[in-house]
Design a protein around this ligand. Structure first.
Ligand code: MET
Ligand SMILES: [Zn+2]
Length: 396
């Protein structure tokens, strides 16, 4: 069954988790450019990560094509100075996703994301030309559906949806926004309305915020869609870290981004709560983004086992609510084999004197950088340009 048949029948579709952050940690993606050359450089690593998510219960193998538009990939050669084209990266990514999807009953989704062309103000034609190159490869590779994800300006998202819809394939659209809406001041609700009107079959959010903040944004989207009399499936692929303290741009604005976020990682039990709340809100495409690992996806599949009527292969090594601990040698650990225990536990950070909320280190940076670290996040291209100018001054 295809994506829309599954969603129209009210089934839960479980997405995958984070590739770009995970592979950065493993040493295959560079933070900064965040591009997915690894699909060609170390295909076995990408294949292995797809397999982990499949085993954990993902119904979708999403091509690792984040930031894989030509305008983003150009001048991003690997250490050997070899450059890969959009066509090469997207084609390799499609093959890897297909290969693993065939090992289960998974769907393959081709994914596109925001482009430098849009941010540099090159306009609709140039931006869509970038999307089209990716879509052509997805269509040739016969993916099952398409996802436009990680857009923070609804205008670019509309252009992306238009490009994807021209393929005739089902289109999912998630913006990396929270309840405050996009970076142009468009509310979350209006973003959903505009995504649905542009032709998206499923709309929602991905990345940038924690599962609970993200669901708040999806709730606003749901209300606005109902008010506008529009029908679209709801989708959520949030971070697997806590971001109760973020501003408009989510975890990008946290001082810990991107190299010190580990203390914020959610437990599997917290992700189970997310899965339940997402389901109750009516979200039927439930997955994850950055920091979401296979055990988090397994937690989604386990929480929704009755609704789905099945459990994933990885469940063989994980009994519900820590049941496997009954085989532990120590009786006080055996006593933890219960829902009562894990659903009520409040974990510590383990860091002496650690705080719940963060503060950037203030030493070792220039006055110019110091000012940048305190910046109020830009919400328009004009403001972003001004901050970039300041950055250049600070560097000079
Ligand atoms: C920064 S968002 C990245 C989304 C993409 N699907 C990934 O997992 O890598
Ligand atoms: Zn992400």
């Amino acid at each position: 069954m295809g994506l829309l048949e599954r969603l129209d029948a009210g089934e839960v579709v479980i997405g995958d988790g984070g590739f770009v952050f995970e592979l950065e940690k493993r040493g295959y993606v560079k933070a900064g450019p965040w591009t997915p050359e690894v699909c060609l450089e170390h295909p076995e690593v990408v294949r292995g990560l797809h397999r982990e998510f499949l085993r954990a219960g993902s119904d979708v193998m999403q091509t690792f094509t984040f930031y894989a538009s030509d305008d983003k990939l150009c001048n991003r050669g690997n250490e050997a100075g070899v450059k890969f084209t959009c066509r090469q990266v997207n084609d390799a990514a499609c093959r890897l996703a297909h290969e693993v999807a065939a090992e289960g009953d998974a769907l393959v989704a081709g994914g596109i994301s925001q482009t430098p062309s849009y941010l540099s103000g090159l306009g609709k034609k140039a931006t869509q030309a970038e999307f089209k190159k990716q879509v052509d490869v997805f269509v040739e590779n016969k993916v099952d559906f398409l996802i436009a994800e990680y857009f923070e300006h609804v205008e670019e998202m509309e252009w992306a949806i238009e490009s994807l819809a021209s393929s005739g394939l089902p289109v999912c659209a998630t913006m990396c926004i929270g309840p405050e809406g996009d970076l142009h001041g468009v509310s979350a609700g209006q973003c959903a309305v505009r995504m649905a009107r542009a032709g998206a079959h499923a709309v929602g959010v991905n990345c940038h915020f924690d599962p609970f903040v993200s669901l708040e944004a999806v709730r606003l989207m749901k209300e606005a869609l109902a008010e506008a009399g529009l029908k679209a499936h709801l989708m959520a692929q949030p971070l697997a870290i806590w971001t109760p303290d973020t501003k408009k741009q989510g975890f990008i604005d946290q001082p810990e981004f991107p190299f010190a976020l580990e203390p914020r990682i959610m437990t599997r039990w917290e992700i189970q709560k997310y899965a339940r709340q997402a389901y109750e809100l009516g979200v039927r495409y439930i997955g994850g983004c950055c920091m979401f690992q296979a055990y988090h996806i397994r937690a989604v599949a386990e929480e929704l086992r009755e609704e789905r009527g099945k459990l994933p292969a990885a469940h063989q090594k994980h009994e519900l609510w820590g049941g496997g601990l009954l085989l532990h040698t120590k009786p006080w650990v055996r006593a933890r084999a219960s829902r009562e225990y894990w659903s009520r536990l409040s974990p510590a950070t383990g860091r002496p004197y650690s705080a719940a909320l963060s503060r950037p280190a203030g030493w070792g940076v220039t006055a110019g950088h110091q000012e940048l670290l305190q910046h109020k996040e830009p919400t328009t291209q004009h403001e972003l340009d001004a901050v970039n100018d300041k950055f250049k001054e600070a560097e000079a």
